[in-house]
Design a protein around this ligand. Structure first.
Ligand SMILES: Nc1ncnc2c1ncn2[C@@H]1O[C@H](COP(=O)(O)OP(=O)(O)O)[C@@H](O)[C@H]1O
Ligand SMILES: [Mg+2]
Length: 375
């Protein structure tokens, strides 16, 4: 081997090492592990002898994968920052053969088993965000809490378990469908959060399948048909009511813990207590209570539009009924931005760049997030 050959072999090896750190954003695995890199070839450039032409062959899992650009950009980045030599990357993209893809999916499925969150070794904290009534802010709290957790560095997932009244796709500004890799769905990643919602399937054949008698099984399907990887935290945005879904959650996710959302109003708090009492029927821990729409700040004054005391009342009554401490974890203000920016598709706790905003509300969510993860 000539010196030049040795140098190009060394570069190929180094580049492969670097590509092992490029993670497929959907599968959460390195592109080399997934067999997506099928060749790396370095050659001294004909025109510039001190430069090296580097060709990387990439096989995507499916043709026209929406993230192919992200993947190729990351590969280009990993190559471009190579120290000690000037590499000119040529990325050649093709698609895996049907057989190779089937093998890959089979091996991922085998490893995933059915519901990844029931494994004893699962370290995922699971919080079901529930209330008795609709309209108290479960979905807004879920979206902002998830965005905060992700911004704090937690690998965060959300299941929109409100099958009829889904709102997470709107709150996260998601318009695309989950990618279907040979029968396994990839959650859509928005604002750093992995998200799945029945709202993403509207109009597709799959929606018809999901709206049929299998609707009751939707949670099971969300858990077993979706590739979740190993998130640090999973939030479930629950439907209003105290009923069946809570019981399905307890069965499918024995580690799930409840967070009860209420407004300061007596009426809302009474129903919220009932939502928490589900923990008497099923073994589910109740982590605490979040009071939403606690006040509206007007010229420095806190106006208690919906009255006062609902959160504290729910916390006290559940503490007594369940015989364990159910703390009031947070009180959140009524702010038009929560609705307006939320409806525009960005959780209001984030600024436009996706970082945690420098606002009192974002700090409030950050302390709620830390409290939940620490408890
Ligand atoms: N703290 C808040 N300040 C202002 N508007 C809010 C707040 N929390 C929720 N909302 C708005 O109230 C409505 C109901 O909230 P949502 O999160 O959908 O409740 P739920 O999921 O409990 O039905 C939505 O329009 C939402 O934007
Ligand atoms: Mg909702």
């Amino acid at each position: 081997m000539t010196d030049a050959d040795e140098r190009t072999r060394a570069i190929e090896g180094d580049v492969l090492d670097r590509l092992a750190r490029v993670i497929d954003p959907e599968l959460g695995r390195s592109v080399t592990d997934l067999g997506m890199i099928t060749g790396v070839k370095a050659r001294p450039s004909k025109d510039h002898p001190d430069e090296v032409d580097l060709t990387v062959h990439v096989e995507l899992t499916i043709a026209g994968c929406p993230l192919s650009r992200t993947i190729t950009d990351q590969i280009t980045g990993a190559v471009a920052s190579y120290p000690g030599a000037h590499l000119t990357p040529h990325i050649e993209v093709s698609t895996m053969s049907a057989d190779k893809l089937a093998d890959l999916v089979a091996s991922l499925k085998a490893e995933r088993r059915r519901n990844p969150f029931t494994k004893d070794t699962s370290r995922t904290r699971i919080f079901a965000i529930a209330s008795g009534k609709g309209g108290v802010g479960k979905s807004s709290v879920t979206a902002n809490l998830a965005a905060t957790l992700a911004a704090l560095g937690y690998n965060t997932a959300v299941i929109d378990a409100d099958i009829y009244g889904f709102s997470q796709p709107t709150l996260f500004g998601v318009h695309q469908q989950p990618t279907n890799v040979d029968g396994m769905l990839m959650p859509v990643v928005a604002w750093g959060v992995k998200l799945i919602s029945i709202g993403m399937f509207a109009g597709s054949e799959r929606a018809i399948l999901w709206r049929g008698p299998r609707l009751q099984r939707s949670l099971d399907q969300f858990l077993s048909d979706v590739w979740w990887g190993e998130p640090d935290v999973l939030l479930l945005d629950m439907a209003p009511g105290t009923g069946d879904m809570a019981i399905s959650v307890a069965q499918a996710l024995p580690n799930a813990e409840l967070v009860i959302v209420t407004t300061p109003q007596i009426g809302a708090s009474q129903v919220a207590v009932r939502a928490g009492l589900v923990a008497l029927q099923v073994p589910m821990r109740v982590c605490g209570v979040v009071e939403n729409m606690s006040w509206f700040e007007h010229r420095g004054e806190r106006l208690r539009i919906f009255g006062e005391g609902g959160g504290r009342r729910v916390s006290e009554q559940l503490t007594t009924a369940l015989g364990v401490d159910v703390p009031l974890l947070a009180q959140l203000p009524l702010e038009t931005d929560i609705r307006e920016i939320g409806e525009s598709g960005r959780p209001v706790v984030l600024d436009q760049s996706g970082a945690l905003a420098d606002t009192p509300l974002a700090s409030e969510f950050a302390s709620l997030a830390r409290r939940l993860m620490g408890c």
